[in-house]
Design a protein around this ligand. Structure first.
Ligand SMILES: [Zn+2]
Length: 202
């Protein structure tokens, strides 16, 4: 198969990923052929390589990379120790049952102990655990566990609201249904989190 990427093959981890891309492209070419499509068609001929690149470099990249390092800052006496809520963080992931996307938003809330995190870090953690085949329930839990551990927070609350394309385009074809999952670790008041979000929207 012709190589279509610019990769630095001196880098051992890039070499491993390039091997994965080439093998996945070969497997996906078999699927396309089995479906009876013409792999010589100019529109389709690079599809196996495109799908392989999408899986390895993007939608499943969390399987091949390290979790983000959480930068935290110490709280001094003048800083609030109350709830921190970051809401409506968009994400996309891949349903592991059907390999169809599920997309939505997450709300990350935590009650600090002695440190706070950089505000973008929650989004990076979400993206990391979303970049692999997932189920929404596990994704919610993994984000909660990781933040709880690395923030040394008193409590963490995660809520994910998502639409699953496996529900929209196949099976029951319920286009407007969405799924909400939550995870709570440590001491954090869920009602207080939800009422703060409500108040902020008024
Ligand atoms: Zn599914």
């Amino acid at each position: 198969m012709s190589k279509v990427y610019n990769v630095n093959l001196e880098n051992p981890s890039e070499l491993v990923l390039e091997g994965k891309r080439q093998r996945i492209a070969g497997h996906f070419a078999n699927i396309i052929e089995e479906l009876g499509l013409d792999l010589t068609d100019p529109s389709i001929k690079d599809t196996p390589a495109r799908v392989a690149k999408m899986l390895v470099n993007e939608t499943c990249n969390g399987l091949f990379s390290e979790p983000p390092v959480i930068t935290t800052f110490p709280l001094d006496e003048n800083t609030s120790r109350e709830l921190v809520i970051i809401e409506n963080i968009p994400f996309s992931s891949l349903c592991e049952h059907h390999f169809q996307p599920f997309i939505g938003t997450a709300t990350i809330a935590y009650l600090p102990n002695d440190r706070v995190m950089g505000l973008s870090k929650g989004a990076r953690v979400l993206d990391y655990f979303a970049s692999r085949p997932q189920i929404q329930e596990r994704l919610t839990n993994e984000v909660a566990q990781y933040l709880f551990k690395h923030l040394n927070a008193k409590g963490v609350f995660i809520m994910i609201h998502a639409e699953h394309f496996c529900m929209k385009v196949r099976g029951v074809k319920k286009h407007n249904s969405s799924t909400i999952t939550t995870a709570i670790l440590g001491e954090i008041n869920k009602t207080e989190v939800l009422s703060s979000i409500q108040l902020a929207r008024k």
